[in-house]
Design a protein around this ligand. Structure first.
Ligand code: ADP
Length: 365
């Protein structure tokens, strides 16, 4: 006797999504179940192609179906699990009205308490990592005071293009990108008064033809200024990633940034520790800034820790050359960047799932 598709569904009801802690059938993640002779075929739709739990879910499915086969006395030689992904759409509405970017499913801000901690580096590599994993990803360089994308993405020779009054994003390294740095004289200082900063950021975000995106990563200016406020009013933000280096002084500023997002009603996705240790060319690690400081701070504040990125000369060189994909030529560096991206995507999936169950609340402290 063989298993039936109904047996497979029964078995899958016992497999929990490790983050959301509900079973795959209830979550609507099982898209297909088939039995071919003594083999089972299961297609599971994840909420992100960057799911860090794929292997765990596959293992749990195999175990559950094997257990079912044993229970039913059925012939069973294995399971073929296929994963697809459909990134959930975040809230359709912003706090103030209709969402101006309905084609974008999740908007993720990347902020930092202070400049120079690697916020833009993390934003760029988060976008590229998600794209490498199969997500349609955009990067909005919202650091209107000091845009880094022209250099970090190597946009110097890319022409700026528009259709009607819409800007066309630059399509580079697998992502779509827009930056004020390509619209102004790169040698002139960018001085914006509050309302101008609001207007410039709003135009950049809403007058770019992003098309359909799974993730739009927004690189914010450092600190707690006008742009995060504008962003939180303008777009339905999934949450904010805070980049921090391990030292106490950086942690203090990161704490302020986290509080700001909380006040704006933006969930903090978690903290990334950048410049965790220095890795020299021989691969030896040197602890310069107090490795683990940002992780301790994250836990003390009840925030998720999303991973650490070491100081590696290669990362700086690839940023300066505008060749982010080269970061994945170094397996350890690539693995660090991928882990951060997976953790961000998993957390965003969980948050948007909770958002469909829990009424959003705005906490002002
Ligand atoms: P921020 O956006 O916070 O001002 P950047 O991302 O522009 O910071 O980084 C500042 C400088 O430090 C850049 O030259 C960048 O290439 C470099 N940098 C950032 N993180 C790392 C790292 N982990 N290893 C090596 N260089 C880094």
């Amino acid at each position: 006797m063989n298993l039936t598709p109904a047996d497979l569904i029964d078995a899958l009801r016992t497999v929990l999504d490790p983050d959301i802690r509900k079973d795959l059938v209830t979550l609507g993640m099982v898209k297909e179940t088939k039995v071919e002779g003594d083999r089972a075929l299961v297609t599971v739709e994840l909420t992100t192609p960057a799911c860090p739990m794929k292997d765990k879910i596959r293992g749990d499915i195999e175990a559950a179906i094997a257990a079912k086969a044993a229970e039913r006395g059925a012939r069973h030689s294995g399971v073929e699990v296929t994963f697809t992904a459909d990134v959930r759409r975040a809230n359709e509405r912003t706090k103030d009205g209709a969402n101006p970017l309905p084609g974008v499913r999740q908007v993720i801000a990347v902020g930092a308490g202070k400049g120079g901690v690697g916020k833009s580096t993390v934003a760029v590599n988060l976008a590229v990592a998600l794209a490498r994993m199969g997500a349609r990803t955009g990067l909005l360089d919202g650091d209107i005071y000091g845009p880094s994308a022209p250099t970090m993405l190597g946009l110097e020779d890319e022409p700026t293009q528009a259709r009607g009054n819409m800007l066309l994003p630059f399509e580079v390294h697998g992502i779509k990108a827009m930056t004020i740095g390509k619209l102004v004289d790169p040698d002139k200082p960018l001085i914006w008064r509050g309302p101008m900063a609001h207007g410039a950021f709003k135009q950049l975000a809403t007058q770019t033809e992003w098309g359909e995106l799974d993730y739009l990563i927004v690189d914010l200016p450092p600190g707690t200024g006008d742009v995060p406020l504008t962003l939180s009013q303008l777009l339905p933000l999934s949450g904010a990633v805070i980049v921090c280096t391990p030292q106490q002084v950086a942690q203090d500023d990161a704490r302020r940034a986290a509080k700001m997002f909380e006040q704006l009603g933006v969930p903090v996705i978690g903290v990334v520790e950048n410049m965790s240790v220095f890795v020299d060319d021989t691969g030896r690690e040197h602890d310069l800034f107090g490795k683990g400081g940002a992780e301790i701070m994250a836990h003390a504040m009840g925030l998720n820790f999303l991973g650490s990125i070491a100081i590696r000369p290669a990362l700086r060189v690839h940023s300066d050359r505008g060749t982010p994909l080269a970061n994945w030529n170094d397996a350890r560096l690539g693995a660090e960047l991928d882990l951060v991206a997976r953790n961000v995507a998993a957390r965003v999936s969980t948050l948007s799932f909770q958002g469909t169950l829990v009424q959003p609340t705005i906490s002002v402290r």
